[in-house]
Design a protein around this ligand. Structure first.
Ligand SMILES: [Zn+2]
Length: 281
């Protein structure tokens, strides 16, 4: 089971915070007829159901010298429905030799609740940064959207896990492509949310991309038009999906997909816009 891949001098490791119960794809992709899933049963579903995972990725120099970057903070401490299990991200980091204080940057692909859960930890009502020495990188378009008076009060994760970053003095808003650490930069891929961003990794002539929620299910690699109900602007999401997959294919990028199952969520993409194919590494 591959959970760690080296891109040039940078090591990228998948960390599973939580594995939720399988879900019915017809609920997640309401516009896709059930029969259209048939060709994808073997690769994209398990017993006809969508089994996702909530993953973060840690990127650090293979030498051990240099910034440690965490992409997304998954579901958080919990306890989570339906079994009351806690998130495991901090244990997964520890197993991989990373203490919270060693994380220099937390890059948020987008502030949905399953990507910001460990941002802050509460002592009673008091929030503290779970990664106390990190700057938390959030796209300005998402910050503006999700913290707006019209949206924030209706989305508990925003008040709980996103807005406290500003008062804690750890928030770093970015626009467009911006280098965060050597060889690591934000790559806008809007549509899932207004400011959704991937993370591009370039080192030693090799490239990789952490895709956030560019796609949720492997079937979307070939069926790039399929959108889950979570996509904010479906046309924009499709355009971003095809653009990034095309660049990954032509550039030989390694792709890190947090919602695919661990062990098959790191792969390469081949083909073109007409038909992309996923090859796990
Ligand atoms: Zn997600």
């Amino acid at each position: 089971m591959t959970t760690s891949v080296t891109i040039g001098n940078l090591q990228v490791t998948a960390l599973v915070d939580l594995t939720p119960p399988p879900r019915d794809v017809s609920m997640i992709f309401p516009d896709v007829p059930a029969a259209d899933w048939e060709p994808h049963q073997a690769l994209a579903l398990e017993n006809g159901m969508w089994q996702t995972q909530y993953c973060s990725f840690v990127i650090r120099p293979a030498s051990g010298e240099g910034p440690v970057v965490l992409v997304d903070t998954a579901m958080g401490p919990g306890p989570h429905e339906p079994d009351g299990v806690p998130g495991r991200l901090l244990e997964e980091l520890a197993v991989n030799g990373v203490e919270p204080g060693e994380v220099d940057f937390v890059i948020t692909t987008h502030p949905h609740g399953d990507h910001v859960g460990w941002n802050v930890t509460y002592d009673g009502d008091t929030a503290r940064a779970t990664f106390p020495n990190a700057q938390y990188v959030v796209s300005r378009a998402d910050w503006d959207q999700w913290t707006s008076a019209a949206v924030a009060p209706n989305v508990p994760a925003i008040g709980h896990s996103l807005q406290p970053l500003e008062g804690l003095g750890v928030l770093k808003l970015v626009d467009g492509e911006q280098e965060i650490a050597p060889g690591i930069k934000t790559l806008p891929a809007n549509g899932h949310t207004p400011g959704h961003q991937c993370v591009l990794i370039e080192s030693g002539g090799e490239s990789g991309v952490v895709i956030g929620d560019l796609f949720h299910n492997l079937a979307q690699v070939t069926q790039t038009a399929w959108c889950p109900m979570f996509d904010w602007n479906q046309d924009m999401a499709r355009t971003s999906r095809r653009d990034i997959l095309g660049r990954a294919s032509s550039g030989g990028w390694t792709v890190f997909a947090g919602h695919l199952r661990i062990g098959r969520n790191i792969g390469k993409v081949t083909g073109s816009r007409e038909r992309f194919t996923w090859q796990p590494v």
